[in-house]
Design a protein. Structure first.
Length: 437
């Protein structure tokens, strides 16, 4: 089986190393040896250390490499939308099998890749696109295919999980925790994709598509990052017996009209310390799956890094290579359900709202009246002297309110009205609460 490797950066280099180190075992598992037909790179002369590969295999012509008749499998670890989309569509239409780790492309236009795979008759595998080495996508696509998945909740971005874990452990603010993550190599020089939730949203779209047999794109995902999470928020979560995580949440259920729909969102949320995801620290990933027959399942491990991602890539390479030798292909995309995506305003959630209010009689009743007008039920109220935000103003107090479950639109409207009250000096923070806290 001959491979065309597109990209030879952190992940691509590890793929080459593992192919070299495990060549005998891989050949035994597949039934034929794996050979690299060529490696497409941006710069041939770049120093790649002691990479065990013939320099003659490098090329700057990825499309030419893909079109070669002796290439059976195309492995793409370049990333980005274009030109990767054109390369992979070309390969799939030509009947070649494709293994990719490109979450951004799959989330934006996975449909065109699946259509090209159906047209050409090859396989499209992408286990490495979500949660690194954690075997997650194939269980969703195959092992749980006989069940009905109702909800997927996950921590799928290691950078943000490291930052929030550091804030929880040390009491540091977001900026300090981000600086530490950058120094340790967990955060990129430009961390926007991670801390603003773009990376997690792409993964959420892929998970929802597989879990609910519906094409979901990144544009369908409600996205919020962690840049507004403060040390005070983390402390408030601790006081409630919770911790804060950036969650991707995909759920299947009926909307107000009784139609079955899908809800997909990414945002920071408080979860109780008793929830299985609460103990996931550092840069680890974990995904909690709920299905009608199987019940609750947990997938946990390293979600990023060259070696873990390369492990997932090679697992897919073995699978597609065995299929090609046997003259079969894997099950095609399952998008038969074609469920509509529910707007974020209709998602059912809970809010934790911290208010800086005037400390005088009737304030609590006035605030409660706002919640009542929007049909939002209050679960708990905690009131105390003004915190740092109101230091020096003895007439102020802090009010922390946690709601019962309500539509997000009603909760957001409640917050908007609270901001306009004379008795509310400021809405210090608003966080969602998940996991039954």
């Amino acid at each position: 089986m001959r491979l065309a490797l597109l990209g030879c950066g952190t992940v691509g280099s590890e793929v080459v190393r593992l192919l070299h180190e495990q060549s005998a075992d891989l050949a035994a598992r597949i039934g034929a040896p794996l050979e690299i037909a060529g490696i497409a790179v941006r710069r041939i002369g770049r120093d790649r250390g002691d990479l065990p590969v013939d320099p003659a295999l490098f090329t700057t012509d990825p499309l030419g490499l893909i079109k070669r008749d002796d290439v059976d499998v195309v492995v793409e670890v370049v990333g980005g939308i274009e030109p990767a989309r054109g390369w992979l569509v070309e390969a799939l239409r030509a009947g070649k099998s494709v293994v990719t780790a490109n979450k951004a492309l799959l989330a934006e236009d996975g449909g065109s890749l699946h259509d090209a795979a159906a047209e050409g008759g090859g396989d499209l595998y992408y286990e490495a696109a979500v949660a690194g080495a954690i075997p997650l996508l194939r269980p969703l696509r195959e092992s749980l295919h006989g069940d009905r998945i109702t909800r997927v909740t996950g921590i799928v971005n290691g950078t943000t999980n490291f930052i929030l874990s550091a804030m929880d452990a040390t009491g540091a603010g977001f900026a300090e925790a981000l600086e530490e993550a950058t120094e340790l190599g967990y955060a990129e020089a430009d961390p926007t994709a991670d801390v603003e939730g773009f990376d997690a949203a792409a993964k959420a779209a892929i998970l929802a598509s597989l879990a609910f047999h519906t094409r979901v794109s990144a544009a369908d995902v409600h996205r919020e990052g962690i840049t507004e999470v403060t040390a005070a928020d983390v402390a408030s979560a601790k006081a409630m017996g919770c911790t804060i995580k950036l969650l991707c949440i995909a759920a299947r259920g009926a909307d107000a009209a009784g139609r079955e729909t899908v809800s997909v969102r990414v945002h920071p949320a408080m979860i109780p310390l008793t929830h299985p995801l609460a103990s996931v620290g550092d840069a680890f990933n974990a995904v909690f799956v709920e299905a009608e027959a199987a019940g609750q399942l947990m997938f946990y491990g390293r979600g990023a890094g060259g070696a873990p991602t390369a492990s997932a890539v090679l697992g897919d390479v073995v699978a597609v290579s065995r299929n090609r030798l046997a003259g079969v292909r894997a099950a095609s995309e399952s998008a038969y359900a074609d469920l509509p995506v529910r707007p974020m305003g209709e998602a059912l959630t809970r809010y934790h709202i911290s208010l800086d209010v005037t400390d005088r009689p009737g304030v609590l009743a006035a605030v409660a009246g706002v919640f009542a007008r929007h049909d939002v039920s209050i679960a708990t109220v905690r009131q105390g002297p003004a915190g740092e935000g109101a230091a020096g103003r003895g007439e102020d107090a802090d009010l922390v309110i946690v709601t019962h479950v309500a539509p997000d639109a009603a909760l957001a409207a409640t917050v908007r009205e609270l901001r306009g009250l004379d008795i509310v000096r400021s809405v210090a923070s608003v966080l969602r609460v998940e996991g039954g806290a």
